[in-house]
Design a binder for this molecule. Structure first.
Ligand code: NAP
Length: 458
């Protein structure tokens, strides 16, 4: 049982209410007795919890989306509070948190996209997949009119699961998407889409692609999109054969791709071109994107690929780079800029070889943007095990009143949204959905979310 008098056990703040943060809270509560109780406050910069489960997992992946129900149960446990709409660095500092919490776990994720570093990358019409995902997920950071789909031909660079999500959302019909929680403004744009051809580019071979088989397969099962694979681009080198021998998932991916390479297009309205061994060299166009110049690559026998010097252009009016996420520095913590993570030892934040007392990390900001939602459970457990092992020597917060942080935030004019506020947003979204025979329609604008949460200006 967690204690509730705010004086004896551990007081822990978790920054980030995505899977890593919530799994960390759950792990803390499960062993709370060993330290005389634990009180956990989970902060998030948005008024809504669940991080990438709400704003990253594709809207049509309902089973993964339903992880939110399991995360919700953690928030409903005694001893846990949600404090949304509060941003670390803007509204509160790590130092301030340490005045009211014995330990702080940062689980703020990896917020920005990696870049290609090629000419034309910033031309109008060239976007990051991260921005597109945020937009179609109804993230309050994304302007409602951030995207239109006037393009006929779109290049998606990268062959990871995010690229697969982006390609699938672009290729699906609105009928295949309208049962999801996609906001109306997104469905309207998808409905008016002119897209006929989507090119997904892998710079290495099919065996080196990062997507998983289940996600890949879905691309071959769409109502109105053919998938086209050139058998020439599925050829393997010794390193690929070796990797296949050890990995069933890679063999399954290749099986799927080989089957697709034998398919004859059925004349559907859209075509997904899965291309391998092509490296983007330049996004072309004078004032707007008109194409992508790519260089043919060849596998180098050791898992990599080298340029062949042969280049050609792919016609495109829109480009998405989907080449991975990157963490951004956490104000007040050291940062490993190369890897986009906070340096740590089993979750303990490290600076100049020494531990920063009371500070921990979990999730993508700790290990980088890898793995699936469930990966965060083991990751959070490791961090919490370190925290419990340190429990006796944690610097104890001087201020132990659970109300103290809220008072401090109110004094700064911040507008924290607590669990009841989020529940009100949740209900409002479900009511919007009900009116259209859908489970939920997301509220995409911050102010509208705050109004739905019950916030009123004095
Ligand atoms: P990712 O899995 O790391 O894939 C990034 C892709 O970008 C790779 O194909 C990579 O190729 C390519 N790339 C990187 N730099 C490039 C460059 N300069 N030019 C061309 N290609 C380049 O990243 P992600 O797709 O963003 O996914 C992040 C994590 O979220 C992954 O763990 C993913 O599985 C997970 N996720 C899971 C799901 C799901 O389970 N349904 C959905 C979405 C995301 P190289 O390998 O050659 O570097």
């Amino acid at each position: 049982m967690s204690q509730d008098n705010g004086t004896n056990g551990l007081r822990v703040a978790i920054v980030g209410s995505g899977p890593a943060g919530v799994y960390a809270a759950d792990a803390l509560l499960k062993q709370a007795e060993s330290v005389g109780g634990v009180e956990v406050d989970i902060l998030d910069r948005l008024p809504a919890p669940y991080g990438l489960v709400r704003y990253g997992v594709a809207p049509d992946h309902l089973k993964i989306k339903s992880i939110a129900l399991a995360l919700k149960k953690v928030f409903e446990k005694p001893g846990v509070r949600f404090i949304g709409n509060i941003e670390l660095g803007r509204d509160v500092s790590v130092e301030e948190l340490q005045q009211t919490y014995d330990a702080v776990i940062i689980a703020s994720g990896a917020a920005v996209d990696r870049r290609l570093g090629i000419d034309g990358e910033d031309l109008p019409g060239s976007f990051s997949a991260t921005d597109f995902v945020a937009w179609y997920s109804g993230h309050p950071d994304a302007a409602l009119d951030a995207f239109t789909l006037g393009a006929r031909s779109i290049v998606v660079v990268g062959v990871g699961n995010v690229a697969v999500d982006v390609v699938r959302i672009l290729a699906k019909t609105v009928d295949e998407l309208k049962h999801t929680d996609l906001p109306d403004h997104v469905l309207d744009v998808l409905d008016a889409s002119n897209v006929t051809d989507i090119y997904m580019l892998g710079r290495r071979g099919p065996v080196q692609a990062k997507f998983t088989t289940k996600e890949l397969r879905e691309l071959g099962e769409l109502a109105d999109a053919d998938v086209i694979v050139d058998p020439e681009e599925l050829q393997l080198d010794a390193a690929s054969e070796e990797a296949l021998a050890d990995d069933r998932a890679l063999r399954q991916n290749l099986e799927v791709l080989r089957e697709w390479s034998t398919r004859k297009p059925e004349g559907k309205s859209r075509r997904i071109h899965m291309r391998f061994l092509l490296r983007p060299v330049e996004v072309t166009g004078e004032d707007v994107v008109t194409g992508v110049t790519v260089e043919r690559t060849a596998l180098d026998g050791s898992g990599g690929a080298k340029g062949t010097g042969e280049t050609f252009d792919i016609d495109a009016q829109m480009v998405f780079r989907s080449v991975g996420y990157k963490g951004i520095p956490v104000p007040g913590l050291p940062f490993d800029d190369r890897n986009g993570v906070v340096p740590h030892d089993a979750g303990r934040v490290m600076q100049d070889g020494g531990q920063m007392p009371g500070l921990y990390v979990a999730g993508w900001i700790k290990r980088g943007p890898t793995g699936v939602v469930g990966t965060n459970k083991g990751d959070a457990n490791e961090t919490v095990a370190s925290l419990f092992a340190d429990a006796d020597k944690l610097p104890r917060a001087a201020e132990r009143d659970p109300q103290a942080l809220l008072d401090q935030l109110a004094g700064k004019g911040c507008r924290p949204v607590l669990w009841e506020g989020w529940c009100a947003i949740d209900e409002a979204e479900m009511a919007l959905g009900k009116a259209q025979g859908r489970d939920r329609i997301k509220i995409a604008e911050l102010e509208a979310m705050l109004i739905a949460s019950g916030w009123r200006e004095d």
